[in-house]
Write a protein that binds this ligand. Structure first.
Ligand SMILES: Nc1ncnc2c1ncn2[C@@H]1O[C@H](COP(=O)(O)OP(=O)(O)OP(=O)(O)O)[C@@H](O)[C@H]1O
Length: 252
């Protein structure tokens, strides 16, 4: 069953078509990557999904809800990690997370144990009383990730989740996201330029170009296809480069 649908969605800013007739179909529990060059329309797509922008044309449904008509319902189901992590700089880690747990309507007991558990998982427990201003970029990213996951959202939207994370934290995050999708059925949509991570983690990918879906397939099908090989193995980077060359020729 497909649970997130975009059909013929268009959104322009002035004369620029950021999203230009986009079709997407994402199933519950999938880990899905939106790929594409800078300016391809990834962030605009996510903002449309969250009801933060209204489409000029087309239909969007998120688990049966329309993001414009039922914006609060859609946003209530989502946990979001945006590029700008958006934490309160002068509050400590614990108070930042408690503040959001209150907004999510979690009880004190529930939020304390959830925050405690997540801080341990991300190896940030010893930083719980540290003021956010004093954290490294990677640590801030982890706190923002914990905030996005706190209320066990049905859909997790991650903009460049591994940017600024060291290799160990990246691997830990990959395992955690994988577990979330498999065991809790969380749907995860991410945008990233790290193709190696996508290949290891994601179930399906879509490549956007000029606001259009130019390629969608599942990683396992691609891995079995014997196409886009590098040293005998499927390479997402090779696929991406080949697509780029093909589309570049079409654009001319
Ligand atoms: N609020 C806005 N006002 C004007 N133009 C915008 C706005 N938001 C996006 N655009 C334009 O729409 C296009 C798509 O932008 P978008 O941010 O969705 O791309 P992206 O794929 O997320 O890029 P990146 O990888 O750099 O984050 C770009 O040409 C961008 O300049």
């Amino acid at each position: 069953m497909r649970n997130i649908q975009f059909e013929g969605v268009r959104k322009s800013f002035g004369g620029v078509a950021a999203v230009n007739g986009l079709d997407l179909s994402i199933a519950e529990g999938e880990i899905y990557a939106l790929l594409g060059h800078n300016g391809a329309g990834k962030t605009t797509t996510l903002r449309l999904l969250l009801g933060l922008l209204e489409p000029d044309e087309g239909d969007i449904l998120v688990f049966g809800s329309n993001p414009i008509r039922d914006g609060n319902t859609v946003r209530g189901m989502c946990g979001v990690l945006s590029e700008d992590v958006g934490l309160y700089e002068s509050l400590n880690v614990w108070d930042n997370l408690m503040y959001y747990a209150d907004i999510y309507g979690m009880s004190r007991v529930e939020s304390s144990s959830r925050i405690d558990g997540l801080l341990r998982t991300f190896e940030l427990h010893d930083k719980k009383r540290t003021i956010v201003k004093g954290l490294s970029t990677g640590m801030r990213k982890k706190v923002a990730l914990i905030r996005a996951m706190l209320h066990r959202p049905r859909l997790l939207i991650l903009d460049e989740p591994t940017n600024g994370l060291d290799p160990v934290s990246t691997t830990d995050l990959r395992k955690m996201l994988s577990r979330l999708a498999k065991e809790e059925g969380t749907t995860i949509i991410m945008t990233t330029h790290h193709l190696e991570e996508v290949q290891k983690l994601c179930d399906r990918i879509t490549i956007l170009r000029h606001g259009r879906n130019i390629f969608t397939d599942s990683i396992s099908v691609l891995q079995d296809s014997k196409h886009y090989l590098e040293n005998g193995q499927f390479s997402l980077e090779k696929l991406y480069m080949d697509m780029d060359m093909e589309q570049g020729e079409d654009d001319e």
